[in-house]
Structure formats: structure tokens, C-alpha cells
Write a protein that binds this ligand. Structure first.
Ligand code: ADP
Ligand code: MG
Length: 339
């Protein structure tokens, strides 16, 4: 008999889940992105023990039709994509249809969901990717996802989880990114029973920066607003009085998706070279809007990186824009918030 065999289905699923779900923070990211894709206006995130034992995300979005619930937890099941070409016109945060399948493979999940068209909602328990019970219940429109006992069936993976504080702080960082990228939504974060953050709807970005990052940040920012027929860049960049020892406060969004792009970050940092001390990094919250056909979002399972078709043009426009605003900020009064 040969040595090569096809792995059993559960093993395949657990391996695949590992790609998307690294820690509790990746679960929070995926579930909040689903809420945003479902047009939620209010999202509540609750965690206990750094999210290791309990995560609950409640939204007032579109909900999932009763008959779709079990399909939603299958691998490669999505309502956001029909064929591969859609990826290049897509504006939703998700499209790979992997998150719910992956999370439900490595934890015990519950879902409570109702659409506006249905009279009642459905409450289901999911284990190892399968719906194991379902009841019809009364509930408001929207979706609640509960994730318990992360990695209960992957003991080695569980051992790699960090302390409750450390995992909770990573969730905090993810939520900060989500909040700054979605300042028009109300997002509430409750950690071990305590409300850590609560943003309200319809505020402007600077208000949200003030709430999330604090006064020191908000008082030392330069507003950016640039638009041409190819790209729109808006947000805030730090002046020469505000910098940090790492890149932890560089927030960049492409079409609403939080991304990391070291080429853009480095070229922005270059413009600060003579303005801030060496080995210090500027701070920014930048929203970049571009036609979806100009980027490829499908290069990484967690979608934290994107590829630009015309990278030089994007970087060139961003850095010219930053340079212009930085230079002119020397002669205009700084934005000041007297709160
Ligand atoms: P993807 O987001 O890539 O489509 P997911 O596994 O994250 O894949 O979700 C599968 C499907 O379940 C989504 O396409 C969506 O139709 C539905 N869904 C998940 N979360 C929610 C939610 N909070 N509200 C409404 N629908 C949801
Ligand atoms: Mg998703």
C-alpha cells in the first residue's frame, strides 16, 4: 500500500481553520466584518478572558434567512460573491466564505438571527462545523454570534494562546482599527463586564480619534482631503509634535478595509525624516478610495494586504499629498479641540 492518503474531512477543516483563525482577535475581526457587511448600524462586542472562553458579537444588520443558517457555516459558502470576477468589483469586506466554517470548526458556536422579512428568528448551536440544534425564537432583527471555548478540540493550538490580558489587548487593537475605519457606526466594546469603548453614530473622524486615541492625538493632527479622477485620500496625519516608537498607530484603509502596506508606510515616513527624531514614526488615519478593479484583495487569507495594479501611481499620489499638507501645516494654525 502506498504512503500517501487523503486526510479525513475534520483534519482538513482544522488545518484550513488555522489559516484564518489564529487567536480570539481574528475571530472578533471576522465577525465584526460580517456585521459591517450586513449593514449593521450598531455593533456590540463582548469578551471574557481575552476572548478565549467567550466572545459575543451582536448586530442590528440584515440577519440570515432561517434556511440559510446551516449553509452559512459550510466552507466556501458566501452570499457576497458569485464568480471569481466579482472579486475585482467587490466592496464587501468578506467574500471567501471561510470565517464561519473556520470559527465553528475550532470552537462551540451559537447564532441567533432574524431578517426583517421573517416573523421569528432562529437560535442554533454549531459544533465541528455542523448545526446540532435549531429553535424558532422571538428576537429583534439582526444577528448575535457567540463563540465559546476556542480551540477546545485543538489542545496544541490552545497552548499557543497568550495570557487573557495579552489576547484581550489584541482584540482591543483590532477594535480600534475597526472603529476608526467605521466612525459612522456605533460600536461598543465590553471586556469582562466593563465597557471599554462606546462610539456613537454620525460623528466625524476627528471626534472618533479623540474618543479612541485620546486628546494628545486629536490635538496634533493635520486634516487631509485630496481627490482626483483616480483616487481619493482623506483622513488625518500627525504634525511634527506627534510620533511614536513603532508603527502601531498607523491606520490605513483601502475602500473601508483595514490594511497593512509597508511600501506606503515607508514612503510616508520618508516625508517626516527632517521633522521628527530618528527611529520615531508618524501617526496617521488614512482612508484611500479607489475603483475596486484597481486592487486585488485576494492575496492573503486574512485580507490584510492588497495589491495595487498601479502601485507607483498610488504611492506617488499619497506621498505628494502628504508632503503638501505637511509643508503647508507649518504656516496654518493646527487643529485644536478644546475638550
Ligand atoms: P464571507 O463573509 O466571506 O461571505 P463568512 O463565513 O464570514 O463568509 O459568512 C458566511 C455568510 O454568512 C456571509 O456571506 C453572510 O451571508 C452570512 N453572515 C455571516 N455573518 C452575518 C451577520 N452578522 N449578519 C448577516 N449575515 C451574516
Ligand atoms: Mg466574513
Amino acid at each position: 500500500m502506498g504512503k500517501i492518503k487523503v486526510l479525513d474531512n475534520m483534519t482538513i477543516q482544522k488545518i484550513a481553520a488555522g489559516e484564518v483563525i489564529e487567536n480570539p482577535a481574528s475571530i472578533v475581526k471576522e465577525l465584526v466584518e460580517n456585521s459591517l457587511d450586513a449593514n449593521a448600524e450598531n455593533i456590540v462586542i463582548e469578551i471574557n478572558n481575552g476572548g478565549k472562553s467567550y466572545i459575543r458579537i451582536t448586530d442590528d444588520g440584515d440577519g440570515i434567512p432561517k434556511d440559510d443558517v446551516s449553509i452559512a457555516f459550510k466552507r466556501h459558502s458566501t452570499s457576497k460573491l458569485n464568480n471569481i470576477n466579482d472579486i475585482y468589483s467587490i466592496m464587501s469586506l468578506g467574500f471567501r466564505g471561510e470565517a464561519l466554517a473556520s470559527i465553528s470548526t475550532v470552537s462551540k458556536m451559537e447564532i441567533l438571527t432574524k431578517t426583517s422579512g421573517s416573523e421569528a428568528g432562529v437560535h442554533s448551536h454549531i459544533e465541528e462545523g455542523e448545526v446540532i440544534s435549531s429553535d424558532i425564537v422571538g428576537c429583534p432583527k439582526g444577528t448575535t454570534m457567540i463563540v465559546k471555548d476556542l480551540f477546545y478540540n485543538l489542545p496544541v493550538r490552545k497552548k499557543f494562546l497568550k495570557s487573557d490580558i495579552s489576547e484581550g489587548n489584541q482584540i482591543n487593537d483590532i477594535i480600534t482599527k475597526l472603529v476608526l475605519g467605521n466612525y459612522e457606526k456605533s460600536i461598543k466594546f465590553i471586556r469582562d463586564g466593563k465597557t471599554i469603548l462606546h462610539t456613537s453614530k454620525n460623528k466625524d473622524l476627528l471626534d472618533t480619534i479623540y474618543t479612541v486615541l485620546g486628546k494628545d492625538f486629536a490635538n496634533n493632527l493635520i486634516q487631509i482631503d485630496y481627490k482626483d479622477s483616480y483616487i481619493r485620500i482623506n483622513g488625518f496625519i500627525s504634525n511634527n509634535n506627534l510620533y511614536r516608537g513603532n508603527r502601531g498607530h498607523q491606520y490605513m484603509y483601502i475602500n473601508g478595509r483595514s490594511i497593512v502596506n509597508s511600501a506606503i508606510s515607508k514612503s510616508i515616513e520618508n516625508k517626516y525624516k527632517s521633522l521628527i527624531p530618528i527611529n520615531r514614526f508618524p501617526i496617521f488615519v488614512l482612508n484611500i478610495d479607489i475603483a475596486p478593479g484597481e486592487i486585488d484583495v485576494n492575496i492573503h487569507p486574512t485580507k490584510q494586504e492588497v495589491k495595487f495594479i498601479n502601485k507607483d501611481r498610488v504611492i506617488g499620489t499619497i506621498t505628494n499629498c502628504i508632503e503638501r499638507y505637511l509643508l503647508s501645516s507649518c504656516s496654518i494654525p493646527q487643529i485644536s479641540m478644546n475638550k
